[in-house]
Design a protein around this ligand. Structure first.
Ligand code: IMP
Ligand code: MG
Length: 184
């Protein structure tokens, strides 16, 4: 492990290890490969948090996928989402007739995802699904299910493997509890 990680007092216990991540992402890749045989999906990565997960997952899907990215920003605090979301970077690709899978890092209240889902469904995809690496137990306030979930975790604030606090920790190879309290 990188030396700075072990000496950072704000980093708590490992929530999901690199070994657990790669095993589970292999499973998800096989599941998606099976479900989408004959209709290769368009993976839509939600920046920035999903970039590491997306890079690993995309290589575990044995189909000729397409890729695109979106970036959203919530109004107000970065972590206590109001569900009012602004699209900061939109897709380049037209969704008409495509099999879309939105790739998220973490679903907490699900309000960010609910907004994205509504906006993307309006663009006429052939099918629509969501794959999130993490789902925080018992926090969801949206009225649909996440189709593919990597891990269900306790509702603690976590960093690493793409997820940040003020743009730090995204390059941690595993997921850890952040002990600095929920950032505003
Ligand atoms: P939601 O709208 O409440 O589901 O919030 C989702 C967004 O909040 C995620 O896409 C993350 O950007 C951020 N978020 C929520 N929980 C965490 C966490 O534990 N670590 C890092 N970011 C988080
Ligand atoms: Mg996100």
């Amino acid at each position: 492990m990188q030396a700075w990680v072990e000496s950072d007092p704000l980093l708590g216990p490992v929530v999901v290890s690199t070994e657990q991540l790669s095993a589970r992402i292999g499973d998800l890749g096989r599941e998606i490969t099976k479900d989408y045989e004959g209709r290769p999906p368009l993976l839509v990565g939600v920046l920035k948090g999903a970039f590491v997960f997306l890079a690993d997952l995309a290589r575990e899907i044995d189909l000729p996928i397409e890729l695109d990215f979106m970036a959203v920003a919530s109004y107000g605090s970065a972590t206590k989402t109001s569900g009012v979301v602004r699209i900061v970077k939109d897709l380049d690709i037209d969704l008409t007739g495509r099999h879309v899978i939105v790739i998220e890092d973490i679903v907490d209240s699900g309000l960010t995802l609910a907004y994205l889902r509504k906006s993307l469904l309006a663009r006429g995809p052939e099918s629509f699904a969501v794959c999130s690496l993490l789902l925080k137990s018992g926090q969801q306030r949206m009225n649909f299910e996440v189709d593919y979930v990597g891990f269900e975790i306790e509702p603690l604030f976590v960093v690493g493997y793409g997820m940040d606090v003020a743009e730090r920790y995204r390059n941690l190879p595993d997921l850890r509890v952040y002990l600095g309290g929920e950032p505003e």
